[in-house]
Design a protein around this ligand. Structure first.
Ligand code: GRF
Length: 216
């Protein structure tokens, strides 16, 4: 099996990127290498994390482009310079055009801080608390043109605690995001998971529901 080339897209802190660096990047038996980290913001701390790990970084400032389409075309060109097998969105705060997403069909994944299909979009922790939910979680999914709507590969669940605030909930969930994202990327790298015509397949079998990461 060949070593899979990963390009990771970020906009901010990059703590999920760090989890991928620590648990996936050039780790024996995982068969994956992060070949570039691309940010739309020059001040994204994740760029420092990448540099510290010896990974190529690129900044493509969306504000320098006249339209979303123009930015996405440039982004696609930049990503493809690295000939990635997979494009990993890790806190990349941009809505992507259908053209870009379709170009990476079955090869682009995202992590979203909710139990999809519930709570698509932003401020998920706040909305979960406002609704009095007992449970929250994160989902890793293939990216399709529908925002936060692509086939879900794996989820992790956490309980909502009585005194939780959006911040405490986000923090506790982030710890779990750092487990689930590497777990999914390892499955992709080792060719166990793929997007088939009917949905997500694990070892050639169609998943009828997302995988659930066991709690630690
Ligand atoms: C995470 O909450 C992730 O679920 C969401 O954006 C955040 C990124 O955080 N998509 P970080 O930059 O990885 O620390």
């Amino acid at each position: 099996m060949k070593i899979k080339r990963l390009v990771v897209l970020i906009s901010g802190s990059g703590s999920n990127l760090q989890a991928l660096i620590d648990q996936v990047h050039l780790i024996p038996k995982v068969l994956a290498e992060i070949v570039a980290v691309i940010s739309n913001r020059a001040d994204a701390y994740g760029l420092e994390r990448a540099t510290a790990a010896g990974i190529n970084t690129q900044v493509l400032d969306h504000k320098a482009f006249p339209s979303r389409e123009a930015f996405d075309q440039a982004l696609q060109g930049l990503i493809d310079e690295y000939a990635p097998d997979y494009v990993i969105l890790a806190g990349f705060m941009r809505i992507l055009t259908a053209d870009l997403v379709n170009h990476y069909h079955g090869r682009m994944i995202n992590i979203h801080p909710s139990l999809l299909p519930d709570y698509k979009g932003t401020r998920t922790h706040e909305r979960v608390l406002a609704d009095g939910k007992a449970e929250h979680g994160a989902s890793v999914h293939f990216v399709t043109a529908e925002l936060d709507g692509g086939p879900v590969i794996m989820q992790v669940k956490i309980p909502v605690l009585p005194h939780d605030t959006p911040e405490s909930l986000a923090q506790r969930l982030l710890t779990q995001e750092h487990r689930i994202y590497p777990a999914v990327v390892k499955l992709l790298a080792n060719e166990q998971v793929r997007l088939g015509t009917q949905g997500v397949e694990l070892d050639g079998q169609l998943l009828t529901q997302p995988l659930l990461l066991p709690s630690n």
